[in-house]
Design a protein around this ligand. Structure first.
Ligand SMILES: Nc1nc2c(ncn2[C@@H]2O[C@H](COP(=O)(O)OP(=O)(O)O)[C@@H](O)[C@H]2O)c(=O)[nH]1
Ligand SMILES: Nc1ncnc2c1ncn2[C@@H]1O[C@H](COP(=O)(O)OP(=O)(O)O)[C@@H](O)[C@H]1O
Length: 230
């Protein structure tokens, strides 16, 4: 059985995690696991974690680590037979440490996008919550304004994308992201898997990410073949 491939994609709100994750899932057959979608599912289901999470999201803050980890790690345990890409987790050092003790990662992708670009993008972001599909009136508009391309159901703008909530989110993100990047640069078990991509356009970043994953995944599969023949 070929070794499974596990990756995370990190970056500030609006950096293109969801957009690039969909392309990765489509091109490489990885399961796209989105922490934001998990949070929204719990909010919609009014679970204890969801009700608590909503109070933080309304203020443009991250959900507390213990709530997020309790919400996410059991979902990863259900995915032991799949290669996956985890989008939006870890966002703090505590989350990175919890993930690192729960499973081995092969690649950590970090998106480094300028602040002005993030603000511009999020003002025009529309999503279809049931599917998590993401649109942008300037970058990838829906065929029919305000309607999901596949289901025709209404698109919404997330409350925490509002400019006034955004400033708090982006500042908060910056404060907590650095220790996570340092973790992947320096921790013995985790170091050597971090790849940072800086640009203002997803279409320029995508070919580099695609080349990286093609190389990494074929290396893992050829190692697995070698191991099985010895
Ligand atoms: N103008 C522009 N918008 C983009 C680009 N890449 C993604 N977007 C849009 O910007 C918004 C944020 O992207 P998203 O993937 O949701 O970022 P996330 O918050 O990191 O998951 C969405 O509306 C995307 O459709 C890009 O290269 N240019
Ligand atoms: N790993 C996480 N830790 C804490 N809070 C999270 C995490 N992932 C998502 N959230 C919360 O859910 C909100 C929505 O997440 P997401 O859809 O990924 O939006 P964005 O990528 O724009 O931050 C985040 O703004 C944050 O409040």
């Amino acid at each position: 059985m070929s070794k499974l491939f596990r990756a995370v994609i990190m970056g500030p709100p609006g950096s293109g995690k969801g957009t690039i994750s969909e392309r990765i899932a489509h091109s490489f057959g990885l399961k796209h696991l989105s922490s934001g979608d998990f949070v929204r599912e719990n909010i919609a289901a009014k679970t204890e974690a969801g009700v608590l999470a909503k109070t933080y999201i309304k203020k443009g803050l991250l959900v507390p680590d213990h709530v997020m980890t309790r919400l996410l790690l059991p979902r990863l345990e259900e995915m032991t037979k799949y290669s996956w890409l985890l989008d939006g987790f870890p966002r703090t050092l505590a989350q990175a440490e919890a993930l690192n003790s729960a499973c081995d990662l092969d690649v950590a992708i970090n998106l480094n996008i300028p602040l002005e670009t993030l603000k511009e993008r999020l003002q025009h972001r529309w999503i279809h919550p049931p599917s998590g599909r993401v649109y942008n009136m300037c970058f990838n508009p829906p065929h029919v304004q305000g309607k999901d391309d596949i289901t025709g159901e209404p698109l919404i703008q997330q409350e925490d994308d509002r400019p006034e909530a955004l400033v708090a989110r982006l500042r908060h993100y910056k404060d907590v992201a650095k220790p996570v990047i340092d973790f992947y640069k320096m921790t013995e078990k985790a170091k050597g898997i971090l790849y940072t991509f800086s640009d203002t356009e997803t279409d320029r970043i995508w070919p580099n990410i695609s080349t990286l994953l093609s190389t990494k995944i074929s290396t893992i599969q050829s190692d697995a073949r070698c191991a099985s023949t010895h």
